[in-house]
Design a protein around this ligand. Structure first.
Ligand SMILES: NC(=O)c1ccc[n+]([C@@H]2O[C@H](COP(=O)([O-])OP(=O)(O)OC[C@H]3O[C@@H](n4cnc5c(N)ncnc54)[C@H](OP(=O)(O)O)[C@@H]3O)[C@@H](O)[C@H]2O)c1
Length: 399
């Protein structure tokens, strides 16, 4: 008989678990609501927050009936309030109200699915309030991993990754002893331009960049996947989640996106987590942990899966990955600067004001402002400076 491999800590609280969905109108947010709708006895959505899309938020609120909803864009408050008049749902607006949802006593689980550094304060508030954080917002760990880690250690909050690669690593590590990891191997699809010659990168359009071959995601993460910055952000995220240094986190390109990541152990054994690419699975893992709930998500048909292939990541064609490793090794505020400049670069690429190969150049411009920074205020100042540097950087750099 096998020993009991289940994690020792029982789940606190009783079902249904109260869930706050921050970033509910986005790709992860919508899929979270889909998962929650399947388990009404186990999950109760108590609050929703979004950035600007008040109509979608109102529609979600009418369907889900949370206790409160928040729209970050204060100019949308009146419209949202009007749309929810008579429902009894509490409506608020502004960044501070979004942050407050993360510490609301009714939410046992906070799904951190806001995109970008805008998710940092709510994630930090959830970490300070002892919540279970289902973390999709990797940027909050990239910007302030040490602060989130320390806040969670003080409050007893736990972070369960939603990112498919980190969920894979997490699932491989459940039941394993401390200090057993030799190496983490993050798989990467390689994005839409894996086979495209670098000489044509200047002609890449935003529409091409957001068309990911395997995953349907928000625009920002899709562009990050195309530049491979996403994998770089994930390396930094993995460092903070699993306390493994950059030198022991590898990236391998695996275009089929069937193996979601691999843990190599000190005895030479490796574990991988596999499945069809479907974000509802890691979302459900995060919401149900330490249990597993039955769901009819697509299964792999091993007789039709075909060959699984692997190749080294090409940091010459995709310099963002190398920049992220360098930022992690430099530590301090370099990851925060990298993230902020990247957000600006992606927005500028999407609005057509720079070209695809300019993205890493703008990131380099932002990295130049990195300096020692320990507090949240320090990091936010670096974030602002890096955004300014990347906004003011002249483009196109490339000809
Ligand atoms: N999509 C995926 O498959 C996937 C996989 C792994 C990890 N992730 C990570 O998950 C996060 C979300 O990604 P996504 O693809 O779901 O992005 P998305 O589709 O662009 O959605 C982003 C969400 O954040 C909200 N938002 C933006 N700024 C906000 C603010 N200041 N305050 C409150 N809400 C704000 C948006 O609201 P409005 O749209 O209403 O403005 C939207 O609900 C990212 O960190 C991404 O890296 C995503």
């Amino acid at each position: 008989m096998l020993p009991d491999l289940r994690p020792p800590a029982p789940r606190p609280g009783a079902d249904p678990r109260g869930v706050a969905v921050l970033g509910s109108t986005g790709s992860i947010g919508v899929q979270t609501l889909e998962v929650a709708a399947r388990f009404p006895d186990r999950l109760r959505v108590v609050s929703l927050a979004a950035g600007t899309r008040w109509e979608t938020l109102a529609e979600q609120a009418r369907a889900v009936r949370p206790e409160r909803v928040v729209i970050a864009d204060e100019s949308a408050y009146a419209s949202l309030r009007g749309a929810l008049a008579g429902t009894g749902i509490d409506v608020a607006a502004g960044a501070e109200a979004v942050r407050a949802l993360a510490e609301d006593s009714g939410a046992e689980i906070v799904v951190a699915a806001i995109v970008g550094a805008a998710g940092l304060r709510p994630t930090l508030a959830a970490a300070e309030s002892g919540k279970t954080i289902a973390l999709a917002n990797k940027e909050s760990l990239v910007v302030a991993g040490a602060l989130v880690r320390d806040a969670a250690a003080r409050s007893g909050a736990v972070v369960i990754p939603v990112d498919s690669e980190h969920s894979a690593l997490f699932q491989c590590l459940v039941g394993e002893p401390e200090g057993c990891v030799d190496r983490l191997v993050l798989t990467a699809s390689g994005g839409p331009f894996r086979e495209r010659p670098a000489s044509t990168f200047g002609a890449i359009t935003p529409a091409e960049a957001v068309a990911h071959p395997n995953w349907s995601m928000g625009a920002k993460i899709s562009v990050d996947s195309a530049t491979m910055m996403n994998k770089g952000l994930e390396v930094i995220e993995a460092h903070w989640l699993f306390d493994i240094p950059a030198d022991r986190i590898d990236v391998v390109v695996h275009p089929e996106s069937i193996i979601h990541s691999v843990v190599e152990f000190v005895d030479g054994s490796s574990k991988a987590q596999v499945g069809p690419p479907d974000m509802r699975v890691p979302i459900q893992v995060a919401l149900s942990f330490p249990d597993r709930w039955p769901a009819d998500h697509p299964r792999l048909d091993w007789t039709r899966t075909g060959p699984l292939t692997f190749e080294a990541a090409d940091t010459d064609r995709f310099p963002c990955l190398g920049l992220a490793y360098a930022a992690l090794r430099a530590d301090g505020s370099s990851p925060a600067a990298l993230n902020a400049a990247n957000e600006v670069a992606v927005a500028r690429f999407l609005d057509g004001s720079i070209r695809f190969p300019d993205v890493p150049r703008l990131v380099e411009a932002g990295l130049a402002v990195a300096r020692p920074a320990g507090t949240l205020d320090d990091l936010l100042a670096v974030d602002r400076d890096a955004r300014r540097a990347a906004s003011e950087a002249r483009a196109p750099y490339t000809v």
